[in-house]
Design a protein around this ligand. Structure first.
Ligand SMILES: [Zn+2]
Length: 191
């Protein structure tokens, strides 16, 4: 899996689209959440723009970017999706807030008169740009297979297991998977 071209600042790691859905990749824009190594990939307008382009979602053209609004929605999605990925119940307060945000997001969607399909008009604000991500999360929560919503046991990134056998364990074999392999090899040879 290739790393996305985001500016890492002085952070040593990389960011990859491993989630399989935009809402999970959005939550994953924080590396090593709630640890001393935590890193926010959406801390600059340039990175935010590049991330939205990479997941093929429209972003406002305005020069200024409301990063706080992106971060707030990301935190809300993490509060709902992370427990589900861990096989736990999401807090009722977070679900209530999420439900309202998803309902607002629906209002941005329009039917295209030519194709008669749902489409997203060009967003004017960060909130509008977040609408498709919120709806992806809403789909995942209400209609997704929660058994296949997982977390990486090494770094806690989230992903939907879309493999046929449903045995996917790591965010990325090349990162966390091989790190674990090396660790197990080390313990085996040490014993
Ligand atoms: Zn991982």
């Amino acid at each position: 899996m290739e790393a996305l071209d985001l500016d890492p600042g002085d952070y040593g790691g990389t960011y990859k689209l491993v989630g399989g859905r935009p809402s999970l990749d959005f939550v994953n824009t924080i590396s090593w959440p709630e640890t001393g190594r935590e890193h926010d990939w959406l801390s600059s307008p340039g990175n935010a723009r590049r991330w939205f382009a990479a997941v093929d979602l429209p972003f406002p053209r305005a020069k200024t970017v409301d990063l706080a609004s992106l971060h707030k929605t990301r935190q809300l999605l993490a509060r709902v999706l992370r427990p589900l990925a861990h096989g736990e119940q999401a807090p009722a307060g977070a679900l209530a807030e999420f439900s309202k945000a998803a309902a607002r997001a629906y209002q941005h969607r329009l039917i295209d008169p030519a194709s008669l399909a749902w489409h997203w008009p060009a967003p004017q604000t960060a909130a509008e740009a977040l609408a498709p991500i919120l709806l992806d999360a809403a789909d995942l929560v209400t209609a997704g297979d929660h058994q296949r919503l997982r977390f990486c046991p090494s770094c806690d990134w989230l992903f939907e297991d879309q493999t046929r056998n449903g045995q996917r364990r790591w965010c990325d074999m090349a990162d966390c998977g091989s790190r674990d392999k090396a660790r197990r090899y080390y313990h085996r040879t040490k014993a």
